[in-house]
Design a protein around this ligand. Structure first.
Ligand code: MN
Length: 239
């Protein structure tokens, strides 16, 4: 997935930074680790569904904090950990010393999930519509796109506290809706990557929607990047 391509960019960017920070010493250590990915659109591009202030804080403060904490946690482990992609970190999570797993789970998950979330959205009208094999699979599992959206929204409503709602590939029905607490996702449990994810932490919607999570979910459909979902679905079917 494109997280891997971003990692390549990240490594290249880190290399470019080396001369600039070398004078402060410890250049190698400072150049290692994960960095905040660039948003694939402007901070105000998802208005009015998601407001500019929420996007700015969500990306530059929340995701950045997960990345900083992930780097701090992995800096205490074998150097190979900081050379992995975010996906690889989650897949290998259970091979870390047990005392380090919760921090890396929360912050590595936070990093991965947010990059995935940004890539799951596009400005209204730019993300396409479900069609072809993806639409067929949605109709087979949920009878209609409308029913699918209702069940996904119900999953968002039922998630108590902070977490995520996901559309995932499923052996039985091809597609399934599921939910995880905190920053957990399927990769940590050895499952295939999700196809679509919705952040239902209060920080994702509270500035604009206050306590009305259901209104946030309803508005969010207008900025779903269905073309990205279709691409992930095609990849999952080949796996
Ligand atoms: Mn979030």
């Amino acid at each position: 997935m494109s997280l891997t391509r971003r990692d390549a960019v990240k490594v290249a960017a880190a290399a470019l930074l080396l001369p600039a920070i070398a004078k402060f010493g410890h250049a190698e250590e400072k150049a290692k680790g994960f960095t905040l990915p660039k948003l694939p659109y402007a901070y105000d591009a998802l208005e009015p569904a998601i407001d500019q202030e929420t996007m700015t804080i969500h990306h530059t403060k929340h995701q950045q904090a997960y990345i900083t904490n992930l780097n701090d946690a992995l800096a205490k482990q074998d150097a190979a950990w900081l050379a992995l992609t975010p996906t690889e970190v989650l897949i290998k999570l259970k091979t870390l010393p047990e005392a380090a797993q919760a921090t890396v789970r929360n912050n590595g998950g936070g990093h991965w999930n947010h990059t995935f979330f940004w890539e799951s959205m596009a400005p209204a009208g730019k993300g396409g519509e479900p069609k072809g094999d993806l639409l067929k699979a949605i109709n087979a599992a949920y009878k209609s796109l409308d029913t699918f959206k209702k069940e996904f929204a119900a999953g968002a409503g039922k998630r108590f506290g902070s977490g995520w709602v996901w559309l995932v590939p499923s052996k039985e029905k091809v597609l399934a809706i599921t939910s995880t607490p905190n920053q957990d996702n399927q990769l940590m449990d050895g499952q295939p990557a999700p196809l679509l994810g919705l952040d239902v932490w209060e920080h994702a919607y509270y500035l604009k929607y206050r306590n009305k999570r259901a209104d946030y979910v309803t508005a969010w459909w207008s900025v779903v990047n269905w073309d990205a979902v279709a691409e992930r679905f095609a990849t999952a079917q080949k796996a």
